[in-house]
Design a protein around this ligand. Structure first.
Ligand code: SAH
Length: 407
């Protein structure tokens, strides 16, 4: 039998159902498992604890598939887990069909995360639905090992028009896997695919866009725009393809300024404002480094009523935390300077390694240094289709504060 035996006392996190086993917790490996293969996990005393996938090159040497001894890992296991993930999103049976939502249905979403890795009991596996297409990421050796079974289960359950792989992410290298992307099944998605998000529509580049094409995790936060954007002059900083900005102008903002370092994403942003029938004379697109541009605007005394700050992940490892904190502080300080009295700041951090407490402290320091008095009026996180397993708190990465500037 292929097994890993833990060191004395190292089974505690497993008993709490945390799904990761680090290399340092392992006393020995028996039966010469191959990369990605399923191994039995046992305590030092020989007690069976769980079954997981083996990843010899990674610091996370085993990821648990199941804590139930009766559950074998194979196509049926993936069918069952996928069923639970869909059921929890209200998508079983006919609701899983890929019909486009009715145009009159303002609340409809046609893009959704269907499988959120560890938090859906499927470590290393991300499945996002974009209208009638699926985009998947296989991030670990275990996910890679079961690639065929997964693809055929997804086809059988969801019958998408096509399935596209976006495993072109750095984390695969830690597993000793090459980056991969391309068509997995069915037809190739168009270069730009239209999705609906409540009252908004967006063109998404599934093949080359960030993540799997769109920041689905921010959906519920973009949906808050109607509460804050009416009549406002809005700065959508780190705009990507326009997400918050489109939602804000749809919600009758006075003006929207989209700022991003990539001219390419701003081109797509422009198309997204058009797609929503919005008045381009109220929209500005600025390609540049947010840190430099915001400083210029501070010096020029430009002002906004609503600022959205959704920077990329500044922290990749704990050693970068101090430098990243400075980055968050600078950008938030500038944002506070640009806000009018009574203005609102939506500020985010998607760095999992930055705790909500530290983030709040940084934002507080930024307000203080900017000479502004502000209050938190709302706390935000990732959308409900990006759940966090209770035994896997690492999955909570996105945090946001809505701050109202009093003075
Ligand atoms: N809020 C967006 C997602 C933002 S992703 C949405 O809802 O869709 C972060 C964006 O920041 C990316 O588009 C990236 O191009 C941009 N970016 C990264 N570094 C930047 C910098 N220094 N200045 C401006 N934009 C930057």
């Amino acid at each position: 039998m292929k097994s890993i035996i833990l060191r004395e006392g190292r089974e505690k996190s497993l008993r709490r159902r945390h799904p990761w086993i680090f290399s340092g917790a392992i006393a020995r490996v028996e039966g010469d498992p191959k990369s990605g293969e399923t191994v039995e996990i046992k305590s030092a005393a020989g007690e069976w604890l769980a079954r997981g996938s083996y990843s010899p090159r990674s610091q996370i040497t085993v990821r648990v598939w199941t804590f139930n001894a009766a559950e074998e890992i194979g196509p049926e296991f993936f069918r069952a887990r996928l069923g639970i993930a869909l059921e929890s999103r209200g998508l079983l049976g006919s609701a899983a069909s890929f019909d486009r939502p009715h145009p009159a249905d303002e609340g409809a979403q046609s893009a959704l995360r269907l499988v959120n890795a560890e938090s859906d009991g499927l470590p290393g596996i991300i499945v996002d639905r974009y209208a009638e297409f699926l985009v998947i990421q296989l991030l670990t050796t275990g996910a890679e090992y079961w690639r065929k079974a997964l693809v055929s289960e997804l086809e059988r359950t969801l019958a998408p028009a096509g399935m596209y792989e976006r495993s072109d992410v750095d984390v695969r290298e830690k597993e000793g896997l090459e980056k991969r992307s391309g068509v997995l099944a069915g037809g190739e998605p168009p270069d730009l695919l239209e999705i609906r998000e409540g009252p908004c529509r967006f063109l998404v580049d599934l093949k080359r866009g960030h993540k799997t094409g769109f920041y689905l995790d921010q959906r519920e936060n973009r949906a808050l725009m109607p509460e804050y954007a009416a009549e406002a002059e809005v700065l959508n900083c780190f705009s990507y393809t326009g997400g918050f900005g489109v939602a804000a102008l749809k919600a009758r903002a006075a003006r929207v300024t989209n700022l991003d370092s990539s001219a390419q994403v701003l081109d797509l942003a422009r198309r997204n404002f058009d797609l929503n029938g919005l008045d381009q004379s109220k929209v500005e697109y600025v390609a540049g480094d947010a840190f430099a541009v915001l400083r210029e605007w501070r010096d020029a005394e430009r002002r906004f009523d609503l600022v959205i700050l959704d920077p990329p992940k500044f922290v990749e490892s704990t050693s970068q935390l101090t430098r990243a904190s400075r980055g968050y502080k600078d950008i938030n300080l500038l944002a506070f300077k640009l806000l009018r009295r009574g203005g609102v700041l939506f500020t985010f951090s998607c760095s999992g390694l930055m705790s909500p407490e530290l983030f709040q402290k940084i934002v507080a320091d930024a307000a203080l240094d900017a000479g502004r008095e502000a209050r938190i009026i709302r706390r935000l996180s990732q959308a409900a289709d990006h759940p966090t397993g209770l035994s896997f708190p690492e999955a909570s990465y996105l945090k946001g504060l809505v701050c109202k500037v009093a003075v």
